[in-house]
Design a protein around this ligand. Structure first.
Ligand SMILES: [Zn+2]
Ligand SMILES: [Zn+2]
Length: 617
């Protein structure tokens, strides 16, 4: 009996929405035969696992469509990803966005034809022969690398792919999909191998879910920080300067300055001390710390007076030397060293993206050195700090704890102690969390904070990282009550993370419309006619005097145009200076939302905006 027949016999409801099943916890096709004593569980299309099968099946359909439309194309791999799928192709020209409608139409034809997905098992030799006959070189490489006796092939209509499965029973189950974009991708992610064309699509259980998702994509495009970054005069990148290096234009540099000042203030409030280390440190020191051994491939090196130096990818080392510059007693602990530290890390050019993935960035980095007894309360303190900061920016967040990876340093005992401390702090905070096994840094377990933005997307920001090994390597100690030397525990932590990345997320979160306390320009003063300029100048002057970030637009242009431009720049307040304002010596503020406030004296307006800044709104 097949799984489908068994499910029917069991009277499973909504069978038309079942795409596969778990037999003794193993995912299988509905057409698979089943033993009577098995544990059987249907997988519905709208479940996470069902969607994954649906999306992967859609990638097969796309491959079939592309092969039919573009003779000579070679197929490679096509997995399901979050919200959709992709397939990588090798063709004599790269695919373009304008190829997509045709491929989409072909896919619709295929799904309407409702071809069944059929599975067949073949031997290693048969698989090789099959794909060799079709000239599918990439498949041959995959088969050889797999090196297994038996492989499975899936066929729908004219197309057969090497695949483990399972798949939806037939192409007709794929009812809601949309091809979104084309990108270049190296075969197996290797820059020395062929550059392929990757076509991305999204797929959902039904049209309604697809529509909701597409609206989110549209909204994300509208908020794209790279586009807004240029439009709002915040930042740009330049080919002449180099990839992954950000150039901050005046308004962006102002935004950074506001954030940095805010960060320093918040850290000082919480007992941190400001420190600053150099950009480049001797390579010998990176050897001592273990970075050279474990992190060298992400670092840049240079030479001074025939001596090798490493450009810092992390800020830890100078902080270690500051700690060990004098003898510390238990009464001096904890020490909390804070630095807005500029670091450089090598990222492959293919992953660089706007402010989100860069090669040079500034971290709001701190190192806390404490006694083992203080570890729990220090971690808790950092979690409270994260909470306060996230609420200011209106972010929700989730926590993940990462444990020991394969490539790592330190004893099993240290790792366990540190991991327990992190779990305890999170539990005491009554925060839900997830464990990522084996995902820690090489020197200790960590808590990652994933914030959720206005579009419900997740971003990595804060990290709280235990480290029992650097204090060892740098022979750090403190004198305890017993008069003996003891090893302090160290926490590396960032709250916002890389400022570049955080600003990128902020731009998209606020769609560029920053609250008044953050806005690089808070007020735009606009004149109606030239005779209002003297009073306009006066207003602008008084705002600047009060350290309100204001600019003036006194051009002899139509007021409508000047208002529209200020709106496009997403400036929180406009002060339109006409005859009424000039004669009565006051202002009529207008909010970005279009709301008009009553006529008021300049001092009143200054007070209003200062109040917003104070409340960080
Ligand atoms: Zn497949
Ligand atoms: Zn560090």
């Amino acid at each position: 009996m097949t799984i489908l027949e068994a499910l029917r016999l069991l009277g499973v409801k909504g069978l038309e929405r079942v795409v596969a099943a778990k037999v003794n916890n193993e995912k299988k096709d509905l057409s698979c035969f089943i033993e009577t004593e098995s544990h059987l569980e249907p997988i519905f299309i709208e479940q996470e696992e069902g969607l994954e099968i649906l999306r992967h099946s859609a990638s097969h359909v796309m491959a079939m469509a592309v092969k039919e439309l573009f003779p000579g194309v070679k197929v490679t791999i096509g997995p399901a990803i979050e919200n959709g799928f992709y397939y990588d192709f090798d063709f004599d020209r790269p695919f373009r966005d304008d190829d997509l409608p045709m491929i989409q139409a072909k896919m619709e034809e295929i799904t309407k034809a409702d071809y069944p997905f059929t599975r067949r098992e073949v031997s290693f030799q048969e698989a090789l022969q099959f794909f060799e006959a079709q000239g599918e070189d990439y498949k041959l490489e995959l088969i050889r690398d797999l090196g297994v006796e038996k492989l499975s092939l899936y066929t729908q209509g004219s197309f057969t792919d090497l695949c483990r499965g399972p798949h939806v029973p037939s192409t007709g189950k794929i009812k809601a999909f949309y091809l979104t974009k084309v990108a270049g991708a190296y075969w197996r992610g290797d820059e020395r191998r062929a550059m392929l064309s990757r076509i991305y699509g999204v797929a959902f259980a039904d049209q309604k879910a697809l529509k909701v998702h597409l609206q989110k994509i549209e909204e994300a495009k509208r908020r794209d920080h790279v586009k807004l970054g240029v439009q709002l005069g915040l930042f740009n990148t330049y080919e002449e300067i180099g990839a992954g290096m950000i150039v901050w234009h005046p308004r962006g540099a102002m935004l950074r300055h506001i954030l940095e000042e805010f960060e320093i203030e918040e850290h000082l409030k919480r007992g941190y001390e400001l420190v600053k280390g150099p950009e480049i440190l001797k390579t010998d020191l990176w050897k001592k710390s273990g970075h050279f051994e474990n992190y060298r491939e992400n670092m840049y090196f240079t030479e001074i007076d025939h001596q090798s130096y490493g450009i810092k990818p992390m800020n830890c080392l100078a902080h270690m030397l500051i700690y060990s510059s004098s003898i510390r007693s238990y009464r001096d602990l904890p020490k909390r060293y804070f630095e807005l530290g500029l670091v450089h890390r090598h990222e492959r050019s293919g992953v660089l993206h706007g402010l989100l993935r860069v090669r040079e960035f500034t971290q709001d980095d701190a190192h806390i050195l404490c006694t083992p007894e203080q570890l729990d309360s220090e971690i808790k303190g950092v979690l409270d700090f994260v909470k306060a900061m996230m609420s200011i920016f209106d972010f929700d967040y989730e926590l993940e704890i990462s444990t020991r990876p394969e490539k790592s340093i330190g004893s099993e005992e240290d790792w366990e102690r540190a991991t327990k401390a992190l779990v305890k702090a999170v539990e005491d905070n009554r925060l839900p969390f997830k464990i990522n096994e084996g995902d820690g840094a090489f020197y200790g377990p960590k808590i990652d904070v994933k914030l959720k933005d206005a579009l419900d997307r997740r971003w990595q920001c804060a990290t709280i990282q235990c480290d029992f090994t650097l204090p060892e390597r740098f022979n750090l100690f403190y004198i305890d009550r017993d008069g003996q030397k003891h090893r302090p525990v160290m926490i590396h932590r960032v709250i916002l993370g890389a400022l570049e990345r955080f600003i990128g997320v902020l731009i998209e979160h606020y769609a560029g419309a920053f609250p008044a306390w953050l806005a690089p320009v808070q007020v735009m003063v606009l004149t109606v006619t030239d005779r209002n300029i003297p009073f306009g100048e006066k207003v602008l002057g008084s705002l600047k005097e009060a350290v309100v970030r204001a600019e003036g637009d006194f051009r002899n242009e139509k007021l409508n145009l000047k208002v529209r431009e200020a709106q496009l720049q997403k400036i929180p307040y406009m002060l339109i200076i006409g005859d009424k304002e000039s004669e009565n010596e006051g202002v009529t503020p207008r909010r970005r939302s279009g709301e008009n406030l009553p006529f008021m004296k300049q001092a009143e307006f200054i007070q209003l905006i200062q109040e917003e800044v104070r409340k960080r709104r």
